[in-house]
Design a protein around this ligand. Sequence first.
Ligand code: FES
Length: 104
Amino acid sequence: MAEWRLAGTLDRCPPGNLLETEVDGHRLVLANVDGEVYALLDRCSHQEFPLSDGELDGTSLECIYHGATFDVCSGRATGLPAIAPVKTYEVEVRDQEIYVQIDG
Ligand code: FES
């Protein structure tokens, strides 16, 4: 059953920024796009390096290792060398706290 878990706070993930975090053993990257927060698995679908080392430009997250890009809203791969999507998680912001929905 999916449960909401605290993943971070807005002051640590301001607009235009990424935040590396871990929730129940799941390594996630949070992306704040103009105040809207998205959560993805912190693992590039190309060679599994952390996406949290990358750069956020609007809704596009570029993996710093080989330049693949992903849409943070959907997890879809938008630029080579990645082809497969990255898992995304539901996000809810309550006051200044960021919650994500984790399966299991
Ligand atoms: S590991 Fe991300 S582009 Fe290669």
